[in-house]
Design a protein around this ligand. Structure first.
Ligand code: NAP
Length: 325
């Protein structure tokens, strides 16, 4: 049976990726940093910290494909003295080390989960495509862009097919960050001053991203390509909040505060980037994946957001009252 190594298998996206690969007939091997209880019942291998020195020999034995999700992910409050170096250590040097080891071990396909932040932070008028020049704006995005390049370089010099997938914001059960905070606010019935925003944002449900990654692990036409991932349709911030509220069975209490005022408040509160993400547009075209791989995202945004909201509700209910948040 063909075997795939999944790094970052313990993360928010990893579990769904393991499930999608397993459904396609792959024997899944999860690469874990530390022993973790409560994970799905797949093969496990401990690899420790990912970086330039990681020993991948045991993890890669008998592996046909790698899906590389593990990364130092985007952080709201950075603590590293040199963020570029901290991101590069795991995301660039760690990816290079794994790619070289995979090539050496005779792995055929390496799927790298990058980020739309390689393209940039915002769009005006038309969505990003794979043809747009990279414009990474922060240390995380720069590390993802550099990792893409280093992977392409390693693959070129070896019999290793590489595929790069750049997702925008991923949602699903357990989502954190801004979206997790908005979900909590809706659960608490808090009014949100976001009703007047007229933007368009592409998101991707974790099920849809996992489906695309599993396809990229085996589709012949994916070799050597970069794909942007996105759901079937884009949403405005108010539409997103109304769908989450509907999933929670609560009203979305949206107040129509002018976005310009929100921008000023964001600057005053030292949270300008978060407000820009809520108010601005970031659209992604997944046309290439549709055309080349015949990919259709299996879960529509309304259904995916309903599942996300209901999972949050279940966790909230199990952990007591909304006061937990
Ligand atoms: N979530 C999004 O919206 C989004 C959007 C675009 C791209 N992505 C990309 O998707 C991938 C997965 O993201 P996620 O949202 O699932 O993140 P996550 O929930 O934070 O999971 C990160 C995973 O990477 C592992 N990891 C992190 N640093 C590591 C290190 N130094 N050594 C070994 N393992 C390490 C973590 O292991 P532990 O469990 O041991 O911590 C965990 O399994 C990342 O490459 C991220 O950049 C995510």
């Amino acid at each position: 049976m063909k075997r795939v190594l999944v790094t970052g298998a313990s993360g928010f996206i990893g579990g769904e990726v393991c499930r999608a690969l397993s459904e396609r007939g792959w024997q899944v091997r999860m690469a874990l940093r530390t022993p973790r209880p409560g994970l799905p019942d797949h093969e496990r291998v401990l690899v420790g910290e990912i970086g330039p020195q990681t020993d991948w020999t045991r993890a890669l034995a008998g592996v046909t494909a790698v899906v590389h999700l593990a990364a130092r992910v985007h952080v709201m409050r950075e603590v590293a003295a040199d963020p570029d170096a901290a991101f590069a250590l795991v995301n660039v040097k760690g990816t290079e080390c794994l790619a070289r080891a995979a090539a050496w071990a005779g792995v055929q396909r390496f799927v790298y989960v990058s980020s739309i932040k390689v393209n940039g932070e915002a769009t005006t008028g038309r969505p990003f495509t794979e043809l747009d020049p990279p414009d990474p704006r922060d240390p995380y995005a720069r590390s993802k862009a550099a990792a893409e390049q280093v992977l392409a370089r390693v693959a070129r010099g070896a019999a290793l097919e590489h595929v790069i997938v750049r997702p925008p914001l991923v949602y699903g059960p357990g989502v954190g960050g801004n979206l997790g905070r908005l979900l909590r606010a809706i659960r608490l019935g808090l009014p949100l001053p976001l009703g007047a925003i007229r933007n368009r944002r592409s998101l991707v449900g974790v099920w849809n991203l996992a489906d695309l990654l599993a396809l990229c692990a085996e589709h012949p036409a994916a070799a050597g390509e970069t794909f942007l991932a996105a759901d079937e349709s884009d949403l405005s911030t108010p539409q997103l909040l109304r769908l989450l509220a509907a999933g929670l069975g609560k009203p979305a209490r949206l107040w129509p505060v002018p976005p310009r005022l929100l921008g000023w408040l964001g600057v005053a509160a030292g949270n300008r980037a978060a407000v820009e993400r809520l108010c601005g547009s970031l659209q992604v075209s997944a046309e290439k994946a549709r055309a080349l791989l015949d990919w259709e995202p299996p879960v529509l945004p309304a259904e995916g957001l309903r599942r996300t909201a209901q999972a949050a509700e279940a966790v909230g209910a199990a952990s007591g009252a909304p006061s937990q948040f």
